[in-house]
Write a protein that binds this ligand. Sequence first.
Ligand SMILES: [Zn+2]
Length: 320
Amino acid sequence: MAFEDIIGHDRQKRFLKFFLENKNIPHSFLFCGQEGIGKKKTAREFVRHLFCQTGNACGTCRPCVKLDRGSHPDLVIIENERSIGIDDSRMISKEISEHPFESEKRVIIIDNAETMTTEAANALLKTIEEPPPYNHFFIITSSERDIPMTIRSRCMRVPFSLLSAAQLEHYFRSKKNIDPKKASLLSSISFGSIGSGLFWLNEEHFSLRLKLAAIISGRSDGFVASSSVAEMASLTDRTAAMYLAFLLSYFRDLFVTHETGDMSLIVNTDLVDELNTAKYETEWVERSIKRIQESIRVMRYNVNRWLTFENLLIQITGNR
Ligand SMILES: [Zn+2]
């Protein structure tokens, strides 16, 4: 693993290397950008360079080996999916008050930082306002606007952009040995995110996507299948978000083909038959897009995911 092995983000990598080479590293970074594009990977690579005895992330010295095993005591990673609470913040405050155990530096990576409670964010703010000199923070988020301005203003902001379809295709072909046809499809349906591509690479996820398409296109009976498909699709926040994003892309494909008749513009290139068979009114497509967007919005709160998803499917298929 090296910076070069991380796909894309050349400017961001150059920027970070500059700090490593000059040994003048900001106390707090804010890495922002869509989920699954390599933010945490880049932060981890930075830490490997920082802790490595040769400074080059050699992979063989003691700190490198410990980092690769995930057992380096001076790297603290907080990555709760649902909520980062006051206990996490207290743990960080306690940790950083002591001298690092083995390195000259300690790094604290806070992933999904947008899930911090207000209490936790306030405690973190106190910590990063005056951190002991050997501590460095990487605050990582896919939703920058949910990070309090008071924290953002104290961080060196590093925005990460989406990867191009060509970069994604290259990744799936060269790193995952995927055949060209599938790699091209994955790069199309992943919207610039390797994480999304890996999600769809999972066969269960991919087959549920096809089942959803069958329901929407009327090829299978939505009323019978909706409940079980909705249950599986909404198992976690992440799966619900992914399948809702798929539904949105499917209806945008319908909209585009209906408006322009140009099939080369569609994203879900494997679903051309489904997109073509459905008989529908433009109004139904527009209404469905609004309903999906509304579901995406309410899923951000603690709603019953299964019920929300099932309702959405019933509304879409019942009002064709
Ligand atoms: Zn090393």
